[in-house]
Every structure is written in structure tokens, then in C-alpha cells.
Design a protein around this ligand. Structure first.
Ligand SMILES: Cc1cc2nc3c(=O)[nH]c(=O)nc-3n(C[C@H](O)[C@H](O)[C@H](O)COP(=O)(O)OP(=O)(O)OC[C@H]3O[C@@H](n4cnc5c(N)ncnc54)[C@H](O)[C@@H]3O)c2cc1C
Length: 428
């Protein structure tokens, strides 16, 4: 039974079942351990296993290698894959993220050359947004592509690119508009840059978690990129970026469900066996309350992911707020749940006898990548103000239900209004 089981239609349930069986039977634990030891630099073998089952980017049309399903089916599969950890989860969702840009903005040639082979597992992609100078300030990117007639000449650096080690091509955001006073939203373009001379990839060692996922630094030195590799309009990278941020954030949240589920199950089984003071620790209210908190967070997170998938399928106007909230809530919940699992297990949870410590290390990143949770706050409040201030007539105005609602001289918002009310208040 999939985690979302009762919420899914038959198609989505079938995809989730297939993903669950694959994860259960076909992924070698020794490979997962080798990844955490940094002996595997990119989980190519696992990526190929996903592709063998045609599970990459199931929401894209069949003619491009997908299954013609929807977001709900996609998140149902992601939630099954997530128990493998953030590196394997990321390899699974990257075609959804890069595919969003190629599918919505790419030319037919780009779809045939990059999207289709990527969904078939023949090509590996990575996305390069973050620069050493900063990730949150995306529109300040300084990596540049100069127009040289039939090609762009690309120079610059990107860092923290997951999958860089394994990628055959990169979706890269670069500055193309060099007008000093240009609008930051009209400065950036999106390019497909194939692994080629001039594209240097250096593997980034020393990550706290998410190891073996191929996270690296990219350096571009006089890389010649053909004009036909421009994705979307010239200087129109903002359009592509905003579209890509939906899968980026939804796919940061959905796999986490599988991670949360599996650590809670380990902690629950442990607490059912472990004895202290003559009884199993699950009998202690302090322990079972922690578990209850964890399970509640897991179910709330699953509901949010499902809601966000429905909003994405409907391309709902509140989608941007909903995916940002989902990314923030679910990744914060994941951090709490991983720590709850560790706490329930006591000292042994802190060792590598159980995979809880790895889950804690992985969980921490989820609050940082794909836009930090502070950036999610910025988006959420921005979208909410826009909604609320833009439509004041939709619901009953309960301000009028207050006993003294008509005391206008008490509804003062600034100095000017205060003095105006002062003048207008009748003298006694
Ligand atoms: C293992 C790993 C994998 C990653 N994978 C990828 C990848 O595949 N592709 C990619 O492009 N990037 C990737 N990233 C980069 C990641 O998305 C960035 O690290 C993240 O967006 C934050 O950028 P930064 O590290 O430059 O921090 P900064 O932008 O310097 O932020 C530092 C702090 O300031 C806060 N801050 C900044 N601006 C604001 C603001 N306006 N309001 C409130 N707070 C603010 C941030 O929340 C944060 O706490 C990855 C990172 C890691 C560690």
C-alpha cells in the first residue's frame, strides 16, 4: 500500500506500487552505503534502474518518454523513492525539474535531443543556478553568456550542483543582458550546456549528508554554446525560472515523505522491543508522545504534498504560495521527525548501526536547498498579501460584526489620520 493510497486514483496507485517494489527489491544496500562513504560519485546504476521501469518524469507525455500521467502520480512515486535518501531522491526528480523547462519552453529539437533521452535514462541532467556569490539572490547571477553571432561564449562559475558528476548536460542560468540599468528580471537567459571542453566539473567533498549524489562545482571557461541551446526567450530566464520553481519545490517535499515514514517505522519497531525500567519504552508517555508528534507531522506533510500536487495539476493561481508552503512545512517537519526518531532510539540512534543518523544529516539540507526556508517565507507572505489585498470583496466582511465597528476615529493607522480624527472629534 502506498503512503497516499486512499487519495490516489488507479493510475497513480499503480505507479506508486511499482516504485515501491523496485525500491524494495532492486536497490542494493551496499550501493547506498558506498554512496554515503563517497565511494560512488553519482548513482548512475540507480538512475538506470528508475529508467528501466519508465518511472522518470511519469507526468510528461509518452512521446517524450514519460507515461502521460500527472503530478499526483509523480508525487506518489517520489514518496516511495524518498526512503533511499536525498541523493537518490534527487536523481529521481531531476528529470522532472529540468524537464519542466524543456517541455514548456524548449523547441521540438531540444525535446527530442534532451528531454526524451533524459526520461529514457540515456542522458543525465543537472541544473545550475547557485553561484559562489550566492544562491538566494538568484537574479544577481554573474556567470555570463556573450552573444558571438552563431553562438554564446560562456564564462563563470556555479556551485553546489547536484548530479554534476554524472550529468551529460546542464541547464544553466547566465546573464545575457549587460545593460547597466536593465531590469534584473530581464537580464538572465537559460541555456543547455553539454559536458564539453571548457566545462570543468569538480566534485565537492565533505558534505554532511546527501553524499554520492554528484554535487559539484562547475567552471565555464570560454565555452561555446550554440544558439539553438537557448531555452525560452533571450533574457527571458525569469519566465523559465518561475516555472521551474514549481517542480523544484514540490519535488523537494514529496520524496521527504518516504524518508519520514521509514525513520518513524524504525523508531516505532525499536520502541516496541526496547525495555527500560522493566517495560518496553513505548509504554512511556514521553516516548509515545514523541512518536505521535512524528506521525502527525508525517500525515500533515503528506496532505500538503498531495494538495500541492492537485494545485500543480490544475495550474491553480495559488500554486506558487502552496508549493512554497509545502516545501517549507514538509522539510521543517522532516527535520523534526528525523530528530524524534533519533531521540526515541537513544544512543544507538546516533550511531551508524541504524540509518537514522544519515536521515538527520540528509534532512538538514532539505531546509537549505531549492530556496532556503527563509526564502520560502518571503514568497509565501508576498503571494498572500497579493491575494488578500487584491480581493477584499469575496467573503463576508466580519469587521462589521464588531460591537464598535463604526468608531472610525479609533481606526487610526498613521499620524495624519490621528490628527484628522482629532480635528473631527466633536468637543464635549
Ligand atoms: C548539497 C547541496 C546541493 C545543492 N544542489 C543544488 C543544485 O543542484 N543546483 C543549484 O543551483 N543549487 C544547488 N544548491 C544550492 C542551494 O540551493 C543554495 O545553497 C541555497 O539556495 C542558498 O544559497 P547560498 O548557499 O548561496 O546561501 P545565501 O543565499 O548566501 O543565504 C545565506 C543565508 O541568508 C538567508 N537569506 C538570503 N537572502 C535572504 C532574504 N532575501 N530573506 C531572508 N533570508 C535571506 C538565507 O536564508 C540563508 O540563511 C545545493 C546546495 C547544497 C548544499
Amino acid at each position: 500500500m502506498s503512503y497516499f493510497d486512499f487519495m490516489l486514483n488507479d493510475n497513480a496507485r499503480a505507479v506508486a506500487d511499482e516504485a515501491r517494489e523496485m525500491v524494495k527489491n532492486e536497490i542494493d544496500p551496499e550501493y547506498i552505503k558506498a554512496m554515503d562513504r563517497d565511494e560512488v560519485k553519482f548513482p548512475k546504476k540507480i538512475y538506470e534502474t528508475y529508467a528501466k521501469h519508465n518511472l522518470l518524469g511519469v507526468r510528461f507525455p509518452k512521446k517524450y518518454g514519460g507515461r502521460g500521467l500527472n503530478w499526483v502520480s509523480s508525487i506518489a512515486a517520489q514518496a516511495e523513492i524518498g526512503c533511499l535518501g536525498t541523493s537518490c531522491g534527487c536523481a529521481f526528480v531531476m528529470p522532472d525539474i529540468v524537464g519542466e523547462a524543456l517541455f514548456h519552453f524548449g523547441t521540438e529539437e531540444q525535446k527530442q535531443k534532451f528531454l526524451k533521452p533524459m526520461l529514457q535514462g540515456k542522458l543525465v541532467s543537472a541544473e545550475a543556478l547557485t553561484e559562489p556569490r550566492g544562491g538566494s539572490d538568484f537574479f544577481g547571477a554573474t556567470s555570463k553568456a556573450e552573444d558571438k553571432g552563431d553562438h554564446f561564449l560562456v564564462n563563470g562559475q556555479k556551485r553546489f550542483v547536484v548530479g554534476a558528476e554524472g550529468a551529460d548536460f546542464f541547464l544553466v542560468y547566465v546573464r545575457t543582458n549587460f545593460e547597466p540599468d536593465s531590469d534584473p528580471y530581464q537580464r538572465i537567459s537559460t541555456l543547455i550546456i553539454e559536458r564539453s571542453p571548457g566545462v570543468e566539473v569538480s566534485y565537492l567533498y565533505g558534505l554532511m549528508g546527501t553524499r554520492g549524489g554528484g554535487t559539484g562545482r562547475l567552471t565555464f571557461r570560454d565555452v561555446q554554446v550554440p544558439k539553438e541551446n537557448l531555452v525560452g526567450p533571450l533574457h527571458g530566464g525569469a519566465l523559465v525560472f518561475h516555472r521551474m520553481m514549481v517542480p523544484e519545490r514540490l519535488c523537494s517535499a514529496a520524496p521527504v515523505i518516504g524518508g519520514m515514514r521509514s525513520v518513524l517505522e524504525i523508531a516505532a519497531r525499536y520502541s516496541d522491543k526496547r525495555v527500560a525500567f522493566g517495560q518496553t519504552i513505548r509504554k512511556f508517555q514521553a516516548v509515545n508522545s514523541m512518536l505521535a508528534q512524528g506521525v502527525t507531522l508525517l500525515d500533515a506533510s503528506a496532505a500538503m504534498v498531495f494538495q500541492a500536487a492537485l494545485a500543480a495539476d490544475a495550474d491553480h493561481p495559488k500554486l506558487r504560495r502552496i508549493v512554497s508552503e509545502t516545501k517549507k512545512f514538509v522539510t521543517d517537519a522532516n527535520w523534526e521527525v528525523a530528530n524524534i526518531a533519533m531521540q526515541i532510539m537513544g544512543g544507538i540512534g546516533y550511531t551508524d548501526v541504524y540509518p537514522i543518523e544519515r536521515a538527520v544529516r540528509d534532512a538538514r539540507l532539505c531546509q537549505i536547498w531549492t530556496g532556503t526556508n527563509q526564502i520560502m517565507d518571503q514568497l509565501i507572505q508576498h503571494e498572500y498579501y497579493k491575494e488578500v489585498l487584491g480581493d477584499t470583496n469575496k467573503y463576508r466582511d466580519i469587521e462589521k460584526d464588531a460591537m464598535s465597528a463604526d468608531m472610525k476615529h479609533e481606526k487610526i493607522f498613521d499620524d495624519e489620520e490621528m490628527w484628522k480624527a482629532h480635528e473631527e472629534t466633536p468637543k464635549k
